[in-house]
Design a protein around this ligand. Structure first.
Ligand SMILES: O=C[C@H](O)[C@H](O)COP(=O)(O)O
Ligand SMILES: C=C(OP(=O)(O)O)C(=O)O
Length: 353
């Protein structure tokens, strides 16, 4: 007699056809291939502390999370990182620069999802290479002395490079997700939650409160096994104002209301203004204006504004992945070019000192 089979779960015809592709390395295997030295680990710990001190108001400098919207060319990314590392030294008295190494991109509908997913930019989805390239690039940038900043999108990728991060973001499309809030509760990394794409700040405040709690959740361990993860809760989070469908939210009144809402929620951390996205109306060349307004509000006594985000690359603008690719130009959102970026930051440093 045949053993009865569970009716639904073993019957492939009940699933849409997602087929298994290449096997990916486990987090432990990748870390073994691309290890973090004890001295770099110490440096990253102290970068996290510096970033927390700024966001908590103990360090008066401005945190600037800056870099390409997405990484598609690791060579251009290192070219950018070398320039940024020099500028970071020069301006370290008034600001702390962290570099955006965004290798995962959340899309509104569909589009290229980032180096981690499709490093060859041709739809071949070589995620094995994408994971390795992402970790390698983050390691190289950390070795230059820059804190590495990234958006954490797919929770399964976290153990592949959480050890390298100085700062992390949860994006506007995922701040409301319980899975992302659980993930942050287990991260020893200062993390910014963005307001939602519709402009809702409450979603980010709820996220901060949820992430501060301990959670038991499902994830993978270093050996790639599905595991119950138990997190103590991360209080080291903050709000990122990025504007929304109704427009920008870095004006005095929006910042005042956000500060009040943080206070009412018992969340005593600073605010980051994203100078790009809906705050620049997606025009990268407007970012210096947004930064100037943030600095003006700080000079006028606003103590909540402690950090900014800027999308910047070697050259201005953006390009399509369909055409021949030009060096140093973003393939996702438009960015501010290096010359304008350096001039903007030097001027900001003068105003801050
Ligand atoms: O930061 C990048 C984009 O704004 C985000 O990934 C959404 O992009 P899309 O609307 O072009 O898909
Ligand atoms: C996707 C990003 O931003 P947002 O979540 O604000 O759209 C980003 O910063 O790259």
């Amino acid at each position: 007699m045949n053993t009865p089979q569970p009716a639904l779960h073993n019957n492939a015809s009940h699933n849409l056809p997602a087929t298994a592709g290449i096997t990916l390395p486990t987090p432990a295997e990748l870390q073994q291939r691309l290890p973090l030295s004890a001295s770099l680990r110490q440096r990253i710990d102290s970068q996290r502390q510096d970033i927390s001190n700024i966001l908590n108001g103990q360090d008066p400098r401005l945190l600037v999370v800056i870099g390409p919207c997405s990484i598609h060319d690791p060579v251009a990314a290192m070219d950018y990182a070398q320039r940024l590392a020099e500028l970071a030294q020069e301006l370290s008295g008034s600001m702390l620069l962290a570099m955006r190494i965004y290798t995962e991109k959340p899309r509104t509908t569909v589009g290229w999802k980032g180096l981690l997913y499709d490093p060859l930019l041709d739809g071949s989805a070589r995620m094995d290479e994408g994971l390795a390239l992402s970790r390698q690039l983050m390691l190289h940038v950390a070795e230059l002395g820059l804190p590495v900043a990234t958006e954490l999108l797919q929770p399964l990728t976290v153990p592949y490079f959480a050890d390298l991060l100085g700062w992390a973001a949860i994006g506007a499309r995922t701040s409301e997700s319980q899975i992302h809030r659980e993930m942050v509760s287990g991260l020893a990394v200062p993390t910014g939650f963005k307001n939602a794409t519709d402009g809702s700040v409450q979603v980010a405040l709820d996220a901060m409160r949820a992430a501060a709690h301990g959670h038991d959740y499902m994830g993978v361990d270093a050996n790639g096994r599905v595991a119950l993860l138990q997190a103590a809760g991360n209080r080291n989070t903050h709000l990122v104002l990025r504007g929304g469908t109704a427009g920008s939210n870095y004006d005095v009144e929006s910042v005042r209301q956000a500060g009040l809402a943080l206070q009412q929620a018992g969340l005593d951390t600073g605010i980051m203004v994203d100078c790009s996205h809906a705050n620049s109306g997606k025009d990268p060349l407007r970012q210096p204006q947004v930064l100037a307004e943030v600095l003006r509000q700080r000079r006028d006594g606003n103590r909540n504004l402690r950090a900014v985000m800027i999308e910047s690359h070697l050259l201005d603008g953006q390009q399509s992945l369909d055409g021949p690719l030009h060096y140093g130009i973003s393939v996702t959102d438009g960015c501010l070019g290096w010359d304008k970026t350096a001039a903007m930051l030097r001027q900001a440093a003068q105003l801050l000192s």
